[in-house]
Design a protein around this ligand. Structure first.
Ligand code: GLC
Length: 574
């Protein structure tokens, strides 16, 4: 099998990947933070769900300023999570259940506690060239006006060197200099080390920021991203990493996290002939409730724009043989159910509708822990409840801009990354069964009703619905490889699309609204119901709606009325 072979592509086309946020998944010791042994104890749960890979957020040694995205040592496991032996056991135990592990490689920056950085600031010139040190533009002024993505200047002054270093993220995350071949070699070495341990997947953190073009002032007073996003050598550097490490191992799957990227670049990142990555995470669709692109200004979801972005990527990557990672949720995003669905009356319907919508697109679906249970936003009401560095920084910044405390807390309730980081809800019991100690981040009180224990054996639960969706991807070539075409692009409520493979056709219809909506099917042919997120219609409304025929004969024709947050998946009858 070679890296651009059909066999390699089939691995990730048929796979579903589950994301574990290790700090919040399962605590086996009572420390209040999740750990590797806790994850091992839940492998049966993940096997039952049917996922193929587990992506872990970084578990390497780290001071934890950005919860592990500030790596101090890429070859060692943070004691908070366990030991190297624990990881070896995890690889073995997961492998026995047919599950592979995907590690999160943070190569845009290291922690300032990393040996490389410590040597650099102690005066070692070899290691100074590992980072981006620059002179100030004048005394007491940073080299340029770039802003850190977590707020404030992207430069920090080191008095003993009389220079500034670049940190696109927090002060404790110093950007690596990828123009230095020694940095590129070190990173390839790290990947190879973990492949030798048995890791079969890699997610590369903000990987399209590695190549910086130049260090000029941002003329628009923005954060400077135009100078380092999809930079001039980025394809060369990713290709080189591929050749020097994972590209030698066709069973290894890769995904790049792309910050503010373009479709053209994503085609290049993922087209098999480029020998770069298998797939990309892009975020345009998750900014359609940002006012003027600003995460910290709220606006209602622009649903038409959301569809536009998703289909722009879907169709370009389909046409040009690229590949998407499909997701609504991750550890940086508020819970999609609270954001795009209805966590009240239509909790189950909207959770399963969102799942249907994302899972049947063309790409590889990712399930973020707790999503399969319908977990919701944290609902914190005090700043002391937040742990996330970005949320805490933004709290101060927004207050300084004159926004009232209540308004800032309201914004954090919608936008904070801690919304998705609350502990996994295993049981209705104390601390949701996550820990026997004091959890590092408060458990959502709704664990008494939303938890795994009540769902795993319930045939009508959100968990069971996810199992069906995952099994469908495993079984159906049309879901794995079919082309995609958008439907009803201008409809204000319906997200619809068609997947086609040879003569087969699959139609997905999702109602993003609380109201019933009538949909005219794209052709006059008969369609057969494959999946629905509603149980059979209740007696009282069975007779009049088109669902009557739908559920009694499983044939759908011409028009259907979709109920609140209803999702229907149909196959064209032959
Ligand atoms: C990525 C991670 C995020 C982290 C940032 C800096 O966006 O997903 O959690 O803070 O990179 O490493």
């Amino acid at each position: 099998m070679s890296k651009d072979s059909k066999e390699h592509q089939e691995i990730f086309q048929s796979a579903v990947i589950y994301q574990v946020y290790p700090k919040s998944f399962c605590d086996s010791t009572g420390s209040g933070t999740g750990d590797i042994k806790g994850i091992i104890s839940k492998l049966d749960y993940l096997e039952n769900l049917g996922v193929n890979y587990i992506w872990f957020n970084p578990i390497f040694s780290s001071p934890g300023e950005d919860n592990g995205y500030d790596v101090a040592n890429y070859y060692s496991i943070d004691p908070m999570y366990g030991t190297m032996e624990d990881v070896e056991e995890l690889i073995k135990e997961a492998g026995q259940r047919g599950i592979y592990l995907m590690f999160d490689m943070v190569f845009n920056h290291t922690s300032t506690e990393c040996e490389w950085f410590k040597k650099a600031i102690a005066g070692d010139l070899y290691y100074q060239d590992f980072y981006i040190f620059k002179n100030g533009s004048s005394s007491n002024t940073p080299p340029n006006n770039w802003q850190s993505k977590f707020g404030g200047s992207a430069w920090e002054y080191i008095p003993q060197l009389d220079k500034y270093y670049l940190h696109l993220f927090s002060r404790g995350q110093a950007d690596l200099n990828w123009d230095n071949p020694a940095v590129r070699e070190e990173c390839a070495k790290i990947v190879n080390f973990w492949i030798a341990k048995g890791i079969k997947g890699f997610r590369f953190d903000v990987v399209n920021l590695l190549s910086k073009n130049e260090y000029s002032d941002d003329p628009y007073g923005l954060d400077g991203r135009q100078y380092y996003t999809d930079g001039k050598n980025i394809h060369k550097y990713i290709h080189e990493l591929n050749e020097a490490s994972f590209g030698q191992f066709p069973e290894v799957v890769t995904v790049g996290e792309m910050s503010s990227t373009t479709v053209e670049n994503c085609v290049k990142y993922t087209n098999p002939s480029s020998h770069e990555l298998d797939m990309v995470f892009t975020f345009h669709h998750l900014k359609t409730d940002y006012k003027d692109g600003n995460k910290w200004e709220l606006q209602p979801l622009d649903f038409i724009q959301l569809k536009k972005y998703i289909f722009q990527w879907q169709s370009a990557l389909c046409k040009e043989d690229g590949w998407n990672a499909l997701f609504w949720n991750n550890h940086d995003q508020p819970r999609s159910l609270s954001r795009f669905g209805d966590e009240g009356r239509y909790w189950k319907e909207s959770a399963t509708m969102l799942a249907t919508c994302i899972h049947l697109l063309r790409g590889t679906p990712y399930v973020y822990q707790g999503e399969e249970l319908g977990m919701t936003n944290a609902g914190f009401t005090r700043i002391e409840q937040y742990e996330d560095i970005e949320s805490r920084n933004m709290y101060d910044i927004l207050l300084n801009r004159g926004i009232s405390k209540n308004e800032v807390l309201h914004i954090l309730q919608q936008r904070s990354r801690d919304n998705s980081r609350t502990p996994m809800q295993w049981t209705p019991g104390i601390e949701a069964g996550f820990t026997s100690g004091d959890p590092w981040l408060s458990v959502n009180p709704n664990h008494v009703t939303i938890n795994a224990e009540s769902q795993v054996n319930d045939p009508s639960s959100i968990f069971t619905y996810y199992k069906h969706l995952i099994a469908l991807r495993h079984e159906m070539p049309i879901i794995q490889k079919g082309d995609i075409q958008s439907l009803y692009e201008d409809d204000p409520h319906i997200f619809g699309y068609k997947r086609c493979l040879k003569d087969d056709e699959l139609i997905v219809l999702c109602n993003f609204d609380k109201c019933e909506t009538m949909v005219k099917l794209p052709s006059h042919e008969d369609y057969e119901l494959l999946l629905s997120n509603y149980e059979a219609v209740s007696e009282s409304c069975a007779t009049e709606t088109p669902h009557e025929s739908l559920y009694t004969s499983s044939v759908i024709k011409d028009n259907v009325i979709l109920r609140p947050y209803e999702a229907l998946v149909c196959i064209k009858k032959r």
